[in-house]
Write a protein that binds this ligand. Structure first.
Ligand code: FAD
Length: 318
């Protein structure tokens, strides 16, 4: 990348990419440490994954729950109060290899910084069906830990055949009346131990060689699904007011592939328990590094760690 007339003059102490719990927490901590962070929070998806849900009941400090978008607005306001600067735009190109990192926004302006915190999150894979997005948080979910509690005594469908799907299905039997696992193939991909646990559970049944063909909606809520047999093409209705989609996630790491070490599934590798990547001065936090926990609180916690790692890195440069 070469200098352009659009390059900003100043070299920032830290730039944060991503406006979810990890990015906003990193901005809060670095702002309070007087590092004057600049955060790029996306042009279309400001506030991250929690802006796509309604009530969040498991973020500590809110005993009566809080709407996802409100929680994210609060996190942003708290970081701004201490001087974090926010730009609702995407970073579209990066050069993170040198001592001074260079990040280009969608207008072509190059921003420079001594350190970068990557908190770009990951996206849940979707089925690609009509109404899937509008029913998110209204019967359709991607996270049993987050939403299982809302599905007491309900009939639930879980889509997927891997470990996550089996774990979600088994977990959901604590709340649900019934759980039907829908899988496109005739055998599961999940480990044998996870399969055995699911097969042994009386509440769980299986629809193999099947896929969801349609989501039914009533009064803005999921009211059932239509299953299609992938071999015969026949369809049938299945009564369910909950649908958990467990077909994987894609970390948002396309920008970094040629520079930062990623694992086989595309997540950023960090020198755990720190948030250091393979590049000095580049740190990563939240769901973009996390296969396992994937919660707002764990993302926020690692955003805090990234900020502290950044502070120490800058202090060592001084
Ligand atoms: P994200 O929240 O995904 O934020 C990343 C942000 O970075 C996004 O805004 C993205 O657009 C932005 N970004 C990406 N690339 C760029 C770029 N190049 N330039 C600028 N910006 C960029 N967790 C709970 O604890 N409790 C719940 O009840 C709960 N419910 C959920 C409900 C739903 C529907 C979903 C999808 C998730 C839910 N989660 C819940 C999980 C939680 O939202 C995530 O674990 C958490 O948001 C991850 O935070 P993050 O900061 O790592 O990433």
């Amino acid at each position: 990348m070469t200098d352009t007339p659009a390059a900003t003059d100043d070299v920032r102490e830290v730039i944060v990419i991503g406006s979810g719990p990890a990015g906003y927490t990193a901005a809060l901590y670095t702002a309070r440490a007087q590092l004057k962070p600049l955060l790029f929070g996306s042009s279309i998806f400001v506030g991250g994954s929690l802006t796509t849900t309604t009530e969040v009941e498991n973020f500590p400090g809110f005993p009566t729950g809080i709407d996802g978008p409100d929680l994210m607005d609060n996190m942003r306001a708290q970081a701004e109060k201490f001087g974090a600067e926010m730009i609702d735009d995407d970073i579209v190109e990066v050069d993170l290899t040198g001592d001074i990192k260079r990040l280009t926004d969608s207008a072509g302006t190059v921003h420079r910084a001594k350190t970068v915190i990557i908190a770009t999150g990951s996206g849940y894979r979707k089925l690609g069906l009509p109404k899937e997005d509008e029913l998110s948080g209204r019967g359709v979910s991607w996270c049993a830990t987050c939403d299982g509690f809302f599905f007491r005594d309900r009939d639930i469908v879980v889509v997927g055949g891997g470990d996550t799907a089996m774990e979600e299905a088994t977990f959901l039997t604590r709340f649900a009346r019934s759980v039907t696992v829908v899988h496109r193939r005739s055998t599961l991909r999940a480990s044998q131990v996870m399969q055995n646990r699911a097969f042994a559970d009386d509440k769980i049944s299986f629809a193999f060689d099947s896929e969801i063909a349609e989501l039914k909606e009533e009064n803005g809520m999921l009211a059932g699904v239509v299953l299609r047999d992938v071999i015969t093409g026949k369809t049938r209705d299945l009564d369910a007011t909950g649908l958990f989609i467990a077909i994987g996630h894609d970390p948002r790491t396309e920008l970094f592939t040629s520079q930062i070490d990623l694992d086989s599934e595309g997540y950023i590798k960090v020198e755990s328990p720190s948030t250091r990547t393979n590049l000095p001065g580049v740190f990563a936090a939240g769901d973009v590094v996390d296969h396992t926990y994937r919660q707002a609180i764990t993302a926020a916690a690692s955003g805090c760690q990234a900020a502290l790692d950044t502070e120490r890195h800058l202090a060592a440069l001084a």
